[in-house]
Design a protein around this ligand. Structure first.
Ligand code: F6R
Length: 245
């Protein structure tokens, strides 16, 4: 695992965007796994800028997002499909038919999850998976548990995740209680993984996840076993890891 403490939050975003851009440059028809959340917004802005400047093209890229709330339409302004359109898809030359987000509006969890795994497989698997890190160590919506879930599945969100996400909804009662998410096995099967983390509120969990024991109680800790994982954190998120990195 490569662990990088960037010089600033902007530098974290730029470094991560550059890695994605060079991946796409080397393999224009690659399959990217994408994440939502606050952390990747800056790096998506960098990719939009690079695409507008003609430095990168997404024309042949296929994407699979990590997760989606169960019960939200793609048009809902808190759906992850909406987020991706707002921050990336509507501003780059990507073919939106090649962008995949679990079908949140479909309540048939088994059908949604099986179809998502099949689509990933049909695309040849994920080349580069982008991840953020939840305050409790979750990746995607894989919350602390007794085992690592293998494939795309439906999860009940924990109280802390509902709490963390409530800032984005009118009230905590509006936060969906379930989500569809890639499993840890789906994520680990990606040929490379890129994690971005920002903010001092993540400093403890960054240390635990990337320098502590590997345990399903800290789902991101499994990434220590990934053969090609890079973690880029901003100075605040990396403050407890300066002597470890
Ligand atoms: C997003 C996702 C989540 C976030 C994590 C961090 O698709 O799956 O695991 O990456 O909750 O979110 P932020 O960046 O908002 O702190």
């Amino acid at each position: 695992m490569e662990f990088i403490i960037a010089e600033s939050t902007e530098d974290m975003s730029r470094q991560a965007a550059d890695r994605i851009a060079s991946y796409v440059d080397a393999d224009p028809s690659c399959v990217l796994g994408l994440a939502t959340g606050t952390t990747p917004i800056g790096l998506y802005a960098c990719l939009v800028e690079d695409c507008a400047a003609g430095k990168i093209s997404f024309a042949d890229v296929t994407t699979f997002n990590l997760d989606e709330y169960r019960g939200l339409d793609p048009e809902h302004d808190q759906s992850y499909r909406y987020f991706m359109k707002k921050h990336l898809f509507d501003h780059v030359d990507i073919d939106q038919a090649r962008t995949h987000v679990p079908e949140g509006a479909n309540p048939d969890a088994d059908a949604v999850c099986a179809a998502y795994e099949e689509a990933i497989e049909a695309a040849g698997g994920i080349d580069l998976q982008l991840l953020g890190l939840g305050p409790n160590g979750h990746i995607g919506f894989n919350e602390p548990e007794d085992t690592f879930p293998a494939t795309t599945h439906c999860v009940d969100l924990t109280e802390s995740t509902i709490q963390a996400n409530s800032r984005l909804f009118d009230s905590i009662d509006d936060v969906p209680r379930q989500a569809y998410t890639m499993g840890i096995g789906t994520i680990m099967a990606a040929r490379s993984v890129l994690v971005v983390v920002e903010g001092s509120h993540k400093a403890e969990i960054v240390k635990k996840a990337f320098f502590g024991p590997v345990t399903p109680q800290v789902p991101a800790s499994i990434l220590q076993f990934h053969p090609n994982a890079t973690v880029i954190v901003d100075p605040a998120a990396g403050e407890l890891c300066r002597d470890l990195a």
